[in-house]
Design a protein around this ligand. Structure first.
Ligand code: PEP
Ligand code: MG
Length: 755
């Protein structure tokens, strides 16, 4: 059977109909009013590729390395074309149109795809959200094939390879649902969307729901107490436009609402009551608060979609806050009580997409604004697509801040309640300099990340102190090199490793040591190539266990009360030489390949003992420590105070990691927004440690540098140049300013010396 009707769909069919259809089926069997629909099952897609004989060709076409963007684009085009061009076998064609005929004569339908995977029917997949509205007649068969083809968009292929899904196990079902030619429609939250209080919030407007969902109209807003049924709050808006189906073309068009209906209340008391009751049933059925799309046609209520509300904070839900009075949805001119720390300068406008779980990342489309508690390395592909980033947690040296800066994506961090206060889908404008978040769009908020940092004139200020750049994600290499910096002062390799989605141990177990070594070689090489012959200082792995815990294999990581003070950096590497050795082999390979511009930097060392142990392992891995340039990060007071002894180990350089040095000297967690105002890299105690270290290093002919965030701040730059630092490594967007500031200080020193 090529199709299944909603009435026939049961929980067990999840694998063959996908999550979306299964949910509609469940709603139907619960007696909820869902418009009639059938599903072209995943098995049908399977039999299509098998019966037509395209299966092998299809999987061969997409058997590529998705990191290779040209190959990716080619494979996606070819695979989609193959599906579109392959005629539907007669039998399937008949069955699909036969089912369609049962809905009535030429009934307009919505056609939506829903991907599934064996054993993982519920997995959400990026890029397979293809939807076609108002489809009629024979066109339906083409649209079904279009949905199948959407399984092979570039984004979908990339995502599946990143997530480790074999192409052969991924299937796709297609939902064909009768369109409701709504007289009125809108959305309903069955509980308060941020506090979880038992109030139903309903938005309603005339015509089709797209007008409400897309924000084309300001809808009426009703808040109904679920316990008493009282309408607590009611705002009747002026609804100037409505979306309706054009009789002629069948397309959805925007029309003016007749004058007498513009200010009329959309929902009657009876309808409000019916919605409240239905909302309660849905929530009871699913067991969690739901965000529901509904429509009323000819006095009949229909439910079009229901999904869990993801914006209710656990705390609020547990404490049972029952104020319920606050309106759920902010209109564009309302103030948003959210602000944080500016992390990456720039203004960005877009739809807020609230992310609670990594499997929601496919929600992020080009130009959206990610709103999350905190970002993680798995989010980098989504961060690249995003126009902006807002996080609840974190300071200016948090993951979100570091990565967004490199990508040139404006970001506000430490906004505390952003995930609760902002609405999913709401248009917002953020200012990554001021740290502000405003409602509504700002058309002028647009920028080009690479061009922005390219100097207007190719002449870089000549300075005796070298100015380098920090790189955390190899993808940012082009942007980093465009600054004209003297090299890379810090290349963090952990992002290359964390983005594999698995802990190093798990990755090696599943893919072998060579694959792991190659990942590191490829990542470092892409940056070393971009800068050659300028030096690239690559740092060995330094990620806290809480970041590893989120990856596959993370369950084997130690659970730590304070990961910042825990098993990270050189401590982990020395404790697990069997893994560290592969990192070092990657460096040896790079040297063999001729990348003599690569330098090795050891993170979080405390004393010469740490350094000597690491040196021994480097030598065992075949790295000539006499010939290669290698050194340490000075990130703990112990390292700064013990630099004299470390100087004897043979290091060539010491680089201040002020992000950590500040937190360890002041006992201020760098990611804790509650103490962010106490986080001060210019604190006299830190300057004292840095000043002394530079002096000792000069005596021993050891280069000094800085690669923490403070190296991008003018005040620190002035201090360091005066102290005689060898180089400064700044964030991509700060390189040009730092070059000028260094130049100014050097000239001042010269002038002072001759006067
Ligand atoms: C630092 O601590 O200053 C540093 C550059 O390292 P990370 O931010 O990766 O801890
Ligand atoms: Mg550090």
């Amino acid at each position: 059977m090529a199709v299944l009707w909603l009435d026939d769909i049961r929980g067990d069919d999840l694998e063959t109909v996908g999550g979306k259809a299964a949910s509609l089926g469940e709603m139907t069997s619960a007696g909820l009013p869902v418009p009639p629909a059938f599903v072209v099952t995943a098995d049908t897609y399977r039999s299509f590729i098998e019966a037509t004989g395209i299966e092998d060709e299809l999987f061969e076409l997409v058997d590529i390395e998705t990191e290779d963007s040209a190959a990716l684009a080619e494979a996606a085009d070819a695979a989609q074309e193959l599906i579109r061009e392959t005629p539907m076998p007669e039998e399937l064609h008949e069955e699909i149109l036969g089912a369609y005929g049962e809905l009535g004569d030429d009934v307009p339908v919505a056609v939506r795809s829903s991907a599934t995977a064996e054993d993982l029917p519920d997995a959400s997949f990026a890029g397979q959200q293809e939807t076609f509205l108002n489809v009629t007649g024979e066109e339906l068969v083409d649209k079904v094939r279009e949905c199948w083809a959407s399984l092979f968009t570039q984004r979908a292929l990339y995502y599946r390879q990143e997530q480790g899904f074999a192409e052969e196990v991924v299937d796709i079902a297609v939902v064909v649902q009768q369109m409701v030619d709504a007289d009125k429609s809108g959305v309903m939250f069955t509980s308060h969307p941020s506090t979880g209080a038992p109030v139903v919030t309903i938005e309603a407007a005339w015509g089709l729901g797209e007008a409400v969902v897309s924000g084309a109209v300001t809808p009426d807003n009703y808040v109904v107490d679920r316990n008493t049924g009282d309408v607590q709050d009611k705002t009747v808006a002026e609804k100037k436009v409505m979306h309706v189906r054009d009789e002629e073309s069948g397309e959805t068009v925007e029309r003016e609402v007749p004058a007498d209906k513009q200010s009329e209340q959309v929902l009657s008391d009876a309808e409000l009551e019916e919605l409240r009751e239905t909302g309660e049933m849905i929530e009871e059925y699913y067991g969690t608060p739901q965000d529901v799309e509904w429509a009323i046609y000819d006095d009949e209520l229909y439910l079009l979609q229901s999904r869990p509300i993801t914006t209710i904070s656990e705390e609020a839900a547990e404490s049972g806050v029952a104020d319920g009075g606050a309106a759920a949805v902010q209109s564009d001119d309302e103030e948003i009580p959210v602000s944080g720390l500016g992390a990456t300068p720039g203004r960005a406008s877009g739809e807020a997409k609230i992310i609670y779980d990594l499997d929601q990342l496919d929600k992020i489309g080009e130009g959206d604004i990610i709103v999350a508690e905190m970002t993680t390395p798995d989010m980098v592909p989504a961060m690249k697509r995003a126009a902006g980033i807002v996080t609840d947690e974190g300071g200016t040296t948090s993951h979100a801040a570091i990565v967004s800066r490199e990508l040139g994506v404006p970001a506000v961090v430490g906004a505390e309640t952003a995930t609760q206060q902002l609405e999913d889908g709401q248009y917002i404008t953020i200012d990554g300099e001021k740290g502000s978040v405003e409602a509504g769009a700002d058309e002028t908020a647009d920028h080009d990340a690479v061009e922005e940092v390219r100097p207007d004139t190719p002449v870089t200020p000549m300075t005796a102190t070298r100015v380098k750049v920090n790189v955390s994600i190899p993808n940012a290499a082009e942007r980093a090199a465009a600054t004209g910096a003297d090299g890379v002062g810090l290349l963090r390799i952990e992002h290359m490793i964390l983005s594999l989605g698995k802990t190093p141990e798990r990755y090696i177990e599943e893919n072998g040591k060579e694959a792991y070594i190659d990942q590191i070689v490829d990542g470092v090489r892409s940056v070393a190539d971009e800068f050659y012959p300028r030096p690239v200082r690559a740092r060995t792995l330094d990620a806290p266990t809480d970041e590893f815990r989120q990856l596959e294999g993370g369950e084997d990581e130690p659970e730590e009360h304070n990961p910042m003070l825990g098993y990270r950096g050189i401590r982990r590497s020395l404790d697990r030489p069997e893994v560290f050795k592969y990192e070092l082999e990657a460096f040896r390979k790079l040297y063999e390949m001729g990348y003599d511009n690569v330098e090795i930097m050891l993170p979080l060392v405390n004393d010469s003992e740490d350094v000597l142990q690491a040196k021994q392992l480097m030598e065992e891995a075949g790295i000539d420590t006499e010939k290669r340039s290698w050194g340490v990060m000075v990130e703990t007071p112990a390292a700064a105070l013990g630099i004299e002894e470390m100087a004897e180990t043979g290091i060539d350089f010491a680089s201040f990691g002020t992000n950590d040095l500040t937190q360890y000297t002041l006992a201020v967690d760098r990611n804790n927004e509650n103490v962010a105002d106490r986080y001060d890299a210019m604190h006299p105690s830190i300057l004292e440690l840095i000043g002394q270290t530079i002096e000792t290093c000069r005596e021993h002919d050891i280069e000094t540098s800085i690669c923490g965030q403070a190296g991008s701040e003018n005040e620190m730059v002035r201090f360091l140049v005066n102290e005689g630092v060898t180089s400064i490594s700044a964030n991509i967007d700060a390189v040009r300013d730092v070059q000028h500031e260094v130049k100014r200080v050097e000239q001042r020193l010269l002038l002072d010396s001759v006067r």
